[in-house]
Ligand binder design. Sequence first.
Ligand SMILES: [Zn+2]
Length: 103
Amino acid sequence: MPNVNSGKINLLRIAPPLGASTSMAITFSQLLALSPFHATRVEKIACYHCDEKMRQTKALYVKFNGQQRAVCCHGCMAILQTIERNDMIEDYLAARSMQIDVR
Ligand SMILES: [Zn+2]
């Protein structure tokens, strides 16, 4: 039998059962804390561009008009970056406010 294989077996035997169960308990409580079922509520935010609701953890962030804005996808991110690069921020914001007035 090669030396590499026997080394792996020795490593497994060395691990103490008590230490292993303790580290598993810590991992399990950490999992509970991270679990969506354990959380009081899931934070949902709206995409800055298209208003799509998304989990905050799924949001992408893009710098637009000097601020970090949350967007739902790379498409919305590309739109905001294109508007900023082409100096169309004022037009964009004006169009947005007109849309809000119509509603
Ligand atoms: Zn979007």
